[in-house]
Design a protein around this ligand. Sequence first.
Ligand SMILES: [Zn+2]
Length: 640
Amino acid sequence: MTDSRSAYSEGDAGRRSGARQGSTADEIRERTNIVEIIAPHVSLKRAGKRLAGLCPFHPDKAPSFTVDPDKGVWHCFGCGAGGNVFHFLMRAENLTFPEAARKLAERLGIEFKGRREDAHVRSERDLVARINGEAARFFQRELAKCAPAREYLSSRGQGDEIVAHFMLGWAPADWDALYKHLRRQGHRDADIEKTGLCVARKGGDGCYDRFRARIMFPILDADERVIAFSGRIVEGYEPTAWQDRASEQGGPLPVTLQGSASERGNASPKYINSPETALFRKGRTLYAFPLARKAMGDRGRALLVEGQFDVIACHAAGFTETVATLGTALTEDHVQVLRRHTGRVYAAYDSDSAGMKAVLRSQELFEAARLDVRIVCLPQGADPDSFLRERGAEALAAEIDNALTAMDYRLAAIAANHPDTDDGQLTMLQEAVEALAGLRDAVAQTHYIRRLAERWCKGNVDRVRLMEQALHQELRKKTPRVRRSREGPAPPLSAAARVERQVLSAIVQSEVTARRLLGELCAEDFCDDIHRRAFERLIQKVKATGALNIEEMLATEQEAELCALVSGLAMTEDAAACSDAELREAVERMREWREARRCRELLDKEQSAGLAIEERLELTELKRQHGRLTARRTIGEEPA
Ligand SMILES: [Zn+2]
């Protein structure tokens, strides 16, 4: 399936080759007032010719979020995000490029003409949503008719009101009840199959239903369209007739229909989901998100649970900020959706579950998104649904108040796994340092090291200081060099990166400079990967068109990190302006560093594998040049 986002970059290719397909995107961008689009999301105040406000994409204390209405560009100096009006909408409202473009076009009263495929994908999405909507109503009517299913729900404490609120339904045990219904509504087999609700029979003779004898949970997107379903078996409900009819029909049991290995076991899996469609991506969907969105914002937190019944039980108990992933681990897309609506997530998982392990492993993801994650410690084997039934809402509220940070939880788990002997404690410390090495935040590392040292020294105050030092030393050995993150405050730039950025900024500022540097620098002169790519894109633009239009480049660039870098360069032009002499100096240093890098590379190879004759010559030449350079000026700062 084509991701509609890719249409964006291909549209760019179309434009470069002279086709006019993408021209509507340009028109939309030129006619849209970026301030009007951002204003509902960010309260902006004028600051000179720009506007500034608190960034909606990271917890911002100073107004780091800046908009330049003349350039049509926004940038956050806190988290480094940035781009044009499309990027803002895509990010703020979780839209694909065609969706953002269409939304802006509608506002202007014009039609967005995406590529033909866009229109195709769009109509397929509309179709899937329409059929899913009809199926949801069908399942709801079936639930009203099925007493055992209703009894099951009420035995789990789900009253009529909550059943209606979540649009719960019942898929009958028949092989093709839904299929027949959809056919009666006039839908073609091919269209029904696109929803994943029905599967074509092997013989080519119609379809059969994917979901049978299951409680149906419609999954809604932000626009409250039904994009997919989860179906859950009812324990104790055994439609034995199924098995017989399965052999009669020669069709597979529902179990075998699912793609994932966990769902292909011998027993019916508890939950099955719709397969991914034009409309449904498991990895970016959160169950009950549209119902929880408002409470998430109001309460400044989200409660993350594992199963649909957990979500429903939490909502029924007043925790209306609850959502769940759909049988997948948390993905970066999930984290971004959560991040846009809240700063803190409470994970209330069964402590032994795969979900809990995944949350603990996702530490880096959360940190990068500056999302504060707390672990709600439920008793072993309990989930929020069972916990609420046994202990009630107040007890859950108390557990939420006592939630641990993910690191505290991990450290406690590590400590619990080792005996209180010297050996055991030593391994415990090693594992703890290993865990701490994954933390990006040095302040947090210091905090946890103190706690570890205190625990280790058992109240012997004099030893704590020494222990702390030792642990810091251990940690330094393990902590990898500064990593780049797409969000969160940017790590301090190395000397080399600073110089590279200066050069890029000069290119962004002036076409004349850009054209001149085209002859003097090549992509390999940049040691930072993102700088190298930005240089390539900028130069590509100049080469192709002879001109450099930042706004246009942003309009056709889909890579968020690159957009953020370029929008930042465009915003900092005044401050970063450098003289010709400074620029020459910068370019020269970059070349020296490149040679130094190559020199080291060859020396390493000489040590390990030996050098070919031409490599040996190259090395000699590099050494000679390096000697000449160092005689003139000592290279103080080496590139990272
Ligand atoms: Zn920001």
